[in-house]
Design a protein around this ligand. Structure first.
Ligand SMILES: [Zn+2]
Length: 132
């Protein structure tokens, strides 16, 4: 969970959860923060439809952070199994990323945005060292 307290924003992660879940939850909650989903007061978030779209956006943020499409593309990684193993995310999250990767391959849309090119260049040594 994420909340405001004394002018600070705090993310709490359950240590009892498996490490994969903890990583994903940390990125999901950071997504809520960076995407502006938090209200002015603790827990004053929107309800139902709005919350559902925010949850989806936070999940997408987490997957984008933990399994960047341009890095997977550069490493020629496509299957959910490969994505889950490399990025240390759940198989379910890896399936979501793999489906999105199919669309990106169809559109040949890799490295089309300046920020994506910057991410790719930052990961390039890793990509070259670990490419299939
Ligand atoms: Zn959430």
């Amino acid at each position: 969970m994420i909340f405001h307290k004394n002018d600070k924003t705090i993310i709490l992660i359950n240590r009892e959860e498996p490490p994969l879940r903890q990583r994903f939850t940390a990125m999901h909650e950071l997504g809520h923060f960076l995407l502006g989903h938090l209200g002015e007061t603790p827990f004053s978030r929107c309800e139902d439809d709005c919350r559902q779209s925010e949850e989806q956006a936070a999940d997408k943020f987490a997957i984008d952070m933990l399994a960047p499409a341009c890095v997977l593309w550069g490493m020629r990684i496509r299957t959910p199994e490969e994505i889950a193993d490399l990025c240390r995310i759940s198989y379910e999250a890896a399936c979501f990323r793999a489906e999105r990767m199919k669309l990106l391959y169809e559109r040949d849309m890799f490295l089309s945005h300046p920020l994506e090119r910057r991410v790719y260049l930052q990961f390039l040594p890793f990509i070259r060292q670990n490419r299939k």
